[in-house]
Write a protein that binds this ligand. Structure first.
Ligand code: ADE
Length: 244
C-alpha cells in the first residue's frame, strides 16, 4: 500500500514513521510513504500557500491552487491516476477501526494535511473525496492526524504486523476491549498473576480471557457491546454482571 502525504511541514514525518513495524514494512517494500511539500506547488517566488479569508475574519486560509496542483502531481504518478483524497480536519468523519479497515483496502491513499485556520472550501468540495477527524479536539494541523491514520491503516495491511503480534485479537477488531495480560514474574511486589493463567488449561484460559474482555468492555465502554458480535454465553455473562 502507498500513502502520499501533502504537508507544509514534511520534517514532522521523519521520526514517527521510522521505527517499529512501519519502518520494517517500508524497508521490505510492503508500504510506501511519500511526503510531499505543498509549498513546492506555490505559484510565486515567495512560495505563498496561504491568504486572507474573503469577508474578513481571523487567521489565514490555505489557498486552493497549491493543494489542487500538489494532488494532481501525485495522481499523475499513480497507476490508473486515481485514489481517495483524504482531508484531515476536525470537521471530518470520526476515524474508527471500521474506517481504517475500509481505507486498508486501497492501493493508494492521498492524505492532505490542513494548516492555518483551515482550507479554502473548494478543496473540501472539489478535491477531497473524504474528510477524516481523529477525535473531537483541535490540533494545529492535520500532520499528527495523518500519522495516526497511517499507523492505524498500515497495521491492517497483510504482512505489516507479524503473526506473533497479530492484529486480529486487537481491541476493536473483536469489537471488545482487550483482556488483562501478564508476564513474568508470577508474583511482583506481592501482586499475583491470576492462578488460571498459570494452569496450562488452554480451554479455561480462553474462557477467562473472553469473560475479562467482556467485563472490561462492560465497565469502560458499554456502548461497544451494542455492536460487538456476542454468543449466547457472552450475553448470559453480561447479564450476570448487570445483576451484581
Ligand atoms: N486537524 C486539526 N484537528 C484535527 C483533528 N482532530 N482530526 C484531524 N485533523 C485535524
Amino acid at each position: 500500500m502507498r500513502f502520499h502525504v501533502l504537508t507544509l511541514f514534511p520534517r514532522m514525518f521523519d521520526s514517527p514513521l521510522s521505527g517499529g513495524v512501519i519502518e520494517r514494512a517500508r524497508a521490505s517494500g510492503l508500504l510506501g510513504i511519500q511526503i510531499h511539500d505543498i509549498r513546492d506547488h506555490s505559484q510565486d517566488r515567495r512560495r505563498t500557500v496561504d491568504d486572507y479569508p474573503f469577508g474578513g475574519g481571523p487567521g489565514m486560509l490555505m489557498k486552493p491552487a497549491p493543494l489542487f496542483e500538489a494532488v494532481e502531481a501525485v495522481m499523475a504518478a499513480i497507476p490508473g491516476g486515481a485514489a481517495p483524497v483524504v482531508l484531515l480536519s476536525p470537521q471530518g468523519k470520526r476515524l474508527t477501526q471500521r474506517v481504517a479497515e475500509e481505507m486498508a483496502q486501497q492501493d493508494h491513499l492521498v492524505l492532505v494535511c490542513g494548516r492555518y485556520e483551515g482550507v479554502d472550501e473548494r478543496v473540501r468540495q472539489h478535491l477531497a473525496t473524504d474528510e477524516i477527524s481523529i477525535g473531537d479536539y483541535v490540533l494545529s494541523g492535520g500532520e499528527l492526524a495523518a500519522m495516526v491514520v497511517i499507523e492505524a491503516v498500515a497495521r491492517l495491511v497483510p504482512g505489516v504486523v507479524g503473526s506473533c503480534e497479530s492484529a486480529l485479537s486487537d481491541s476493536f477488531t473483536t469489537g471488545l476491549l482487550e483482556h488483562p495480560q501478564y508476564t513474568r514474574p508470577a508474583e511482583f511486589r506481592g501482586w499475583q498473576v491470576p492462578e488460571i493463567l498459570l494452569s496450562g488449561n488452554h480451554g479455561q484460559i480462553a474462557r477467562w480471557r473472553r469473560r475479562e474482555s467482556l467485563r472490561r468492555t462492560y465497565e469502560r465502554r458499554p456502548d461497544l457491546l451494542e455492536s460487538a458480535p456476542l454468543t449466547g454465553e457472552d450475553r448470559e455473562f453480561i447479564e450476570s454482571l448487570r445483576r451484581l
